[in-house]
Write a protein that binds this ligand. Structure first.
Ligand code: ZN
Length: 172
């Protein structure tokens, strides 16, 4: 890449850049080395709570798979338990596991929702992600203030109007 843009890879400031960049890239894509079982690690507990549980404003950093440029923002996750609840930090870890890969925001949103649905057996799951994409801000159309919002609603969040409204108002 350095040669391609006309840089001198041997100049002092750049000598170690390939290794540094490779390590940074490895860090930013560490989600490939994680799996759901290790992350959840038994933190599923019996509960008769059937009220909506929400974790909002989960910081999220990802890389777009088209340009390898960052997109970042916040994820909001909600679910309605059906006999089982999950440790709250595990929800943030599930977000990270999928975010720290090459992604498109739509798929990231769906993967988080489907995974949470699967591991908790919830009545419903809702995930909303709001993010800024550097590939739109620094290049292309150069829209610095646009925010992309995606959602994935499963089960009761999809079927029931009141549930969907409750979720969307609680995260707004
Ligand atoms: Zn992109």
């Amino acid at each position: 890449m350095l040669e391609h843009i006309g840089e001198d890879p041997k100049r002092e400031g750049l000598v170690k850049t390939p290794m540094r960049a490779a390590r940074a890239f490895e860090f930013m894509t560490q989600g490939y080395k994680k799996n759901v079982d290790d992350i959840v690690n038994g933190a599923i507990f019996t509960s008769d709570n059937d009220e909506m549980v929400i974790v909002k404003d989960i910081e999220m950093y990802s890389l777009c798979e088209h340009h390898l440029l960052p997109f970042f923002g916040k994820a909001h996750v909600g679910y309605i338990p059906k006999g089982k609840i999950i440790g709250l930090s595990k929800i943030a870890r599930i977000v990270d596991m999928y975010a720290r890969r090459l992604q498109v925001q739509e798929n990231l949103t769906r993967e988080i929702a489907q995974t949470l649905m699967k591991v908790t057996g919830a009545l419903g799951v809702g995930v909303v992600i709001e993010a800024r994409h550097l590939c739109m801000m620094m290049r292309g159309v150069e829209k610095q203030n646009s925010i992309m919002k995606t959602s994935c609603l499963l089960g009761a969040f999809r079927k029931e109007d009141s549930t969907r409204k409750e979720f969307l108002s609680l995260i707004s």
